[in-house]
Design a protein around this ligand. Structure first.
Ligand SMILES: [Zn+2]
Length: 600
């Protein structure tokens, strides 16, 4: 179902400055009285609500998953992970045999790498329950030792910078983290058929393959995935071949030539049925396959619900530039989990959402697709910066739903992406204080993170907003970005500091609480705005406990027209005397929902 787009609310950003120290642009807006809200209210409108409800269910499932995994995460940290090591990984080769019925994995993982300094110790991670039988360094056997989850290899003489080496680790075992809420390799069954699928974010790669768990060390990857007869092995990148082995097993050869972080590597094995669609690139020439791997019993439903995915790719590509992995593919693969995971070029999608029914799953699909730009091509540099993945994906999910249903951006943010509507949230800040628990506060990371982008747009203007996002993307493509990098990209477009904005919205928990009062004069209105929140603003030395913002005051005139009058607000209590040419009926605050707040 699709709403006809109404005339909409025009929310214009014009140039000018009113406060020299802040050098903000005035938000000076003309409101065209809209019928959009009324139209939405009158229409039989299950569409956006249903899509947003499923999107929220998905995020709630993700929050539950995170809680269930909290102990796993803590144990991973306790294992003594050393994320940053003095070498640069060039390539991963994963030659794996997976047997879903036996719930076993075995294989050899070969890491090609260059030391960045004299290297006498190579540290990899592998879950203690997985057996690592032998290893070869540059083709020669090397003895390893274990310290908890660490595999340690000491070359006979230090490896030197400027040289390239390969370390091949052979291992096997029965991955222990299992079940639909676990991480690592998940074993399950559907319609009586066993499956093995993976979910590694943030720290669970080691539960199914020997890895270096460093989100910043991206490398190309190939996977040679051997599966039982009758099953399909699906992974990242391009399928270069399928081999039938003497014992009847099949080996699926995959290549991912766009460097990726280790947590974005996935393996999926069951009796998948696949079908394909096409995305036509922005150049009008390039055709890219969109490949789906679904359970046979989900084939008919999935083929219905994915029909808008090509349009979604085009929508995002027009906003922030072409799909990042155009030479390969996009795709989705069903897995037994209550959410989605943006494995590079092949999102793992909960089987309820891909083949489970023909409901509208656009919110979830759009979220995971948006991660290809934000999360996969540009990956958070630290887990403290996880909002650069999740807040972005949530915002672009909202943009898709807003345009799909003809809703105003602020309207959809207010109705469906206010974190206060679920999970309590806003306990912490958008920027995570602890990188060890990146998903501990999904309200702040996902929803408030999306609000940060939504609020930045009117501050810098729509054109500069998308130019800044494209610049941030270009600067960190196939690499990693930080919150500071993003701020720098926006400041470059905006031309003025944005520390005040990031301090109050990204580094400060909670939100402002405003109280509005007004009195009517013959030719003016007197408006008093109070800030009633109790918390201080992080990192701010002056005006510590107040938010700085252009507040859109909505003047509702007695003749039925409306107008937005923006005022700069940065005190606990501020009174504005605003001239009016027409009789004012009432004054309200930010009816267009461009500021995350509570109004008392
Ligand atoms: Zn996400």
């Amino acid at each position: 179902m699709r709403f006809g787009a109404g005339p909409g609310v025009y929310f214009c950003v014009l140039g000018g400055t009113m406060k020299p120290t802040m050098l903000l642009r005035v938000i000076s807006c003309v409101l065209c009285v809209t019928s959009a809200l009324a139209a939405l209210g009158a229409a039989p409108a299950p569409g956006p609500e249903e899509a947003a409800r499923f999107a929220r269910e998905f995020r709630e499932a993700e929050a539950r998953r995170v809680l269930a995994r909290a102990d796993v995460l803590r144990r991973a940290e306790a294992a003594g992970v050393q994320r940053s090591q003095p070498f640069d990984i060039q390539h991963w080769d994963l030659a794996l045999s997976v047997d879903p019925a036996a719930q076993s994995i075995s294989g050899t993982v070969t890491m090609t790498f260059e030391p960045t300094q004299s290297l006498s110790l190579i540290r990899m991670r592998l879950h203690p329950r997985m057996d690592s039988s032998r290893a070869r360094l540059d083709g020669s056997s090397i003895a390893g030792s274990r310290e908890g989850a660490n595999l340690l290899y000491r070359p006979s003489s230090p490896l030197q910078p400027g040289t390239t080496h390969s370390l091949a680790v052979t291992y096997s075992g029965h991955p222990v983290v299992s079940g639909s809420l676990g991480g690592g390799m998940m074993f399950a069954s559907h319609a009586g058929v066993p499956s093995a699928t993976t979910l590694s974010e943030p720290f669970d790669s080691y539960a199914w393959w020997p890895c270096v768990d460093d989100v910043t060390d991206k490398a190309t990857m190939e996977m040679h995935l051997t599966v039982p007869a009758g099953m399909t092995g699906a992974s990242n990148g391009t399928l270069t071949g399928v081999r039938t082995n003497a014992d009847g097993t099949l080996t699926y050869d995959w290549r991912e030539d766009y460097p990726l972080s280790n947590y974005l590597i996935s393996a999926n094995v069951t009796n998948y049925r696949s079908f394909s669609d096409l995305y036509h690139g922005l150049d009008g020439l390039t055709e890219m396959p969109i490949d789906y791997y679904v359970y046979p019993e989900g084939l008919s439903s999935a083929s219905v619900t994915v029909s808008r995915v090509p349009d979604m790719i085009g929508f995002f590509a027009r906003l922030v530039g072409e799909y990042p992995f155009l030479r390969e593919k996009y795709g989705m693969v069903a897995f037994p989990w209550g959410g989605g995971m943006e494995h590079q070029t092949l999102t793992s999608m909960g089987d309820a959402y891909l083949g489970g029914s023909v409901r509208d799953f656009d919110g979830i699909y759009a979220h995971e697709l948006a991660h290809m730009w934000w999360g996969d091509e540009v990956t958070c540099k630290t887990w403290n910066d996880i909002w650069l993945n999740e807040g972005f994906a949530t915002y672009f999910e909202a943009l898709w739903l807003a345009q799909k249903y003809g809703m105003d951006e602020g309207q959809i943010m207010d109705q469906y992406y206010d974190d206060g509507l679920y999970a309590g949230a806003l306990k912490g800040s958008v920027y995570r204080k602890s990188g060890n628990r990146p998903f501990a506060d999904t309200g702040a990371v996902y929803d408030k993170g999306a609000w940060v982008l939504h609020m930045l747009k009117p501050v810098v203007g729509e054109g500069p907003f998308y130019r800044a996002l494209r610049a941030y993307r270009a600067a960190h493509a196939l690499g990693n970005g930080t919150t500071a990098d993003l701020r720098a990209a926006f400041e470059a477009e905006y031309g003025h500091p944005l520390d005040w904005f990031f301090d109050q919205w990204v580094y400060t928990p909670f939100r402002p609480i405003y109280h509005l009062a007004f009195t009517l004069g013959s030719d003016h209105v007197t408006v008093t705005v109070q800030q009633r929140q109790k918390h201080a603003v992080a990192r701010r030395s002056q005006g510590k406990d107040t938010y700085y913002a252009w507040l859109p005051l909505w003047f509702h005139y007695t003749d039925g027209t409306e107008e937005i009058r923006a005022v700069w607000n940065d005190h606990r209590s501020q009174t504005y005397t605003l001239p009016t040419a027409k009789a004012v009926g009432s004054v309200t605050l930010d009816d267009g929902h461009w500021i995350l707040k509570t109004v008392q």
